[in-house]
Design a protein around this ligand. Structure first.
Ligand code: F6R
Length: 255
């Protein structure tokens, strides 16, 4: 078991985000038909800006990729500005004019959602599986919306969001955490672990404890991101503040 994943640390979130965008561009340059797993939240914003820059500069095209998002709030329609579908159109799919047929979000509406949720895993498998998965990390160590206690063998499922997660996401809801949905559909930990390569991005001081617990503490469902230590291809890209409690394991660290 590795103590720390391949870790690269940058002075700022902007530089770290640009590095993740470079890794995404390399993946798509080498494999234009890649299946990408995508995240939402504040962390991917500089990353998606970087990817859009690469496309506009003519270095890559996303015309042939397929994307699967990690998670979506239960019950929000795609035109709801709080939905992750809306976020993705705003930050990546819209600026790049991706065909909606290439981009998938987990099912998040309808009465039989509990039984339909795992069908997302079958859809992913039907497209050949995820080649390159982008992850953020929650302050409580969640990945996707797999909150502490989620079994390592979970597939896509409905997750109850913890108070900590709902408070962390309140800024997207006029700082009123009461308005943050209580449930989301999320890829499970087994779904994420089936990805061929994983890049976990963590920016800011409030991610330092979660990173340290995930990569230095015990391998336990109480820290969902700790499961990544048993994956053969994980790179952690962090800014200096988030990496404060981790020692770099390789590479050049412009800090
Ligand atoms: C989002 C997701 C979450 C976030 C995490 C960090 O699709 O799956 O795990 O990556 O909550 O969120 P930010 O980046 O807003 O700190």
């Amino acid at each position: 078991m590795r103590e720390v994943m391949d870790l690269e640390v940058f002075a700022t979130a902007e530089e770290a985000g640009a590095r993740v965008a470079d890794l995404a561009a390399q993946q798509v340059e080498n494999f234009p038909r890649s299946v990408l797993g995508l995240a939402t939240g504040s962390t991917p914003i500089p990353i998606y800006e970087g990817i859009v820059r690469h496309v506009r500069a003519g270095r890559i095209t996303l015309a042939q990729v397929t994307t699967f998002n990690l998670d979506e709030y239960v019950g929000l329609g795609p035109d709801d500005p709080h939905s992750f579908a809306f976020y993705m159109r705003q930050h990546l799919f819209g600026p790049l004019a991706l065909n909606p047929a290439q981009t998938f979000m987990p099912p998040n509406q309808g009465p039989d959602l509990k039984t339909r949720a795992p069908s997302y895993d079958r859809l992913i498998e039907g497209r050949g599986g995820i080649d390159w998965q982008l992850l953020g990390i929650g302050r409580n160590g969640h990945i996707g919306f797999n909150e502490p206690g989620t079994p390592f063998d979970s597939e896509t499922h409905i997750a109850a969001l913890s108070d900590s997660t709902r408070r962390a996401n309140a800024p997207w809801f006029d700082n009123d955490w009461d308005r943050v949905p209580r449930q989301a559909v999320t890829m499970g930990l087994a779904t994420i672990m089936r990805s061929r390569a994983i890049v976990l991005a963590a920016f800011g001081e409030d991610k330092a404890d979660a990173l340290a617990q995930a990569f230095r503490g015990p391998l336990t469902p109480e820290v969902p991101a700790s499961v990544l230590r048993s994956h053969p291809s994980v790179v952690v890209i962090a800014d200096r503040a988030a990496a404060r409690l981790l020692a770099p394991s390789r590479g050049a660290y412009p800090v």
